[in-house]
Design a protein around this ligand. Structure first.
Ligand code: GDP
Ligand code: MG
Ligand code: K
Length: 289
């Protein structure tokens, strides 16, 4: 009998949700950065193997809603909660087990749960064994699995635990499907990732990216994107002196985009100021939130 189901990944910011999804799917689907709130959307990755198909969702880190943007982010978490067959609750091995369990309890999950203790590369084996035993004592997880998403360790054990909990069902997607998001979406995410990497403080949190043109030409793909910020001062910082900073964003983004779409790319970036895009429903809709 074939198994198929929806598996959603939850956890505090920086627990390693996106890294885990990428490690499982084997493509750079969800952007990764050491800053929190990098992931704003629900990202789906589809894994098709002989005998089963899993539709994974990565979710934004769990936070208190401060802006409408944050409310939408928590909405994404809730909607993921409601349609999962299995929930993967992931925590950083160095983080407090009690705090994480409290958080996971507050989700009031009705679906089977696997507790993943990530970043096992960061702690001693003996400490991990103690931690796993304490986590098992919680009693609410069908399995407790230590992994290193970064080093791709423990993934076989994790997959076995997930497959054991999947319902019998036919595949939902054709077997070559990787994701339900468009290439444009990923291109925008790659550009946003570079902004997270290159700029300090509040800049990344005031920024969104929208791809306005995506044209497949004979020898290359021509992409135009707008970087949307909330203030002129932010625009000036992103542009940099004589456009130095925006050129750096463009170069780094283009390299990753070329790897992702496997085509030579011409990337053109514009910076626009849109006062309160994070609190404006129309803008949020236009930018895909
Ligand atoms: P998310 O916010 O939960 O999606 O977390 P990310 O996947 O963006 O990862 C946050 C940070 O933790 C990044 O700097 C990752 O490189 C790092 N990270 C993720 N998994 C591991 C791991 O297994 N070991 C170590 N040492 N770092 C990890
Ligand atoms: Mg993430
Ligand atoms: K992150």
């Amino acid at each position: 009998m074939h198994k198929a189901g929806f598996v959603n990944i939850f956890g505090k910011p920086n627990a390693g949700k996106s890294t885990l999804l990428n490690a499982i799917i084997g493509e750079k689907l969800a952007i990764i950065s050491p800053k929190v709130q990098t992931t704003r959307h629900r990202i789906t990755g589809v894994l098709t193997e002989p005998g089963y198909q899993i539709v994974f969702s990565d979710t934004p880190g769990i936070i208190d809603p401060k802006y409408k943007l944050h409310e939408k982010m928590m909405g994404a978490v809730k909607s993921a909660l409601e349609d999962a067959d299995v929930a993967l609750l992931i925590m950083d091995a160095k983080d407090s087990l009690e705090e994480n369990l409290e958080l996971f309890e507050s989700l009031k999950l009705k679906v089977p749960v696997i507790l993943i203790i990530n970043k096992m590369d960061n702690i001693l084996k003996a400490d991990m064994e103690t931690l796993v035993a304490r986590a098992e004592a919680w009693g609410k997880a069908k399995a407790v699995v230590p992994v290193s998403a970064m080093q791709k360790k423990g993934l076989k054990e994790l997959m076995a635990a997930i497959v054991a909990l999947l319902p019998d069902a036919n595949p939902f997607y054709p077997e070559d499907t990787l994701t339900d998001k468009s290439t444009r979406f990923f291109v925008a995410e790659i550009i946003r990732e570079k902004i997270f990497q290159l700029f300090e403080e509040e800049i990344p949190y005031h920024t969104t990216v929208i791809v306005t043109q995506f044209q497949e030409k004979q020898t290359l793909t021509k992409i135009t994107a707008e970087i949307i910020v909330t203030r002129e001062t932010q625009k000036a910082i992103i542009l940099g002196e004589k456009g130095k900073s925006i050129r750096e964003v463009g170069t780094l983004a283009r390299q990753d985009i070329e790897k992702f779409i496997e085509r030579k790319t011409f990337l053109e970036l514009f910076v626009k100021v849109r006062g309160k895009w994070r609190d404006n429903d129309l803008y949020l809709k236009e930018y895909g939130y």
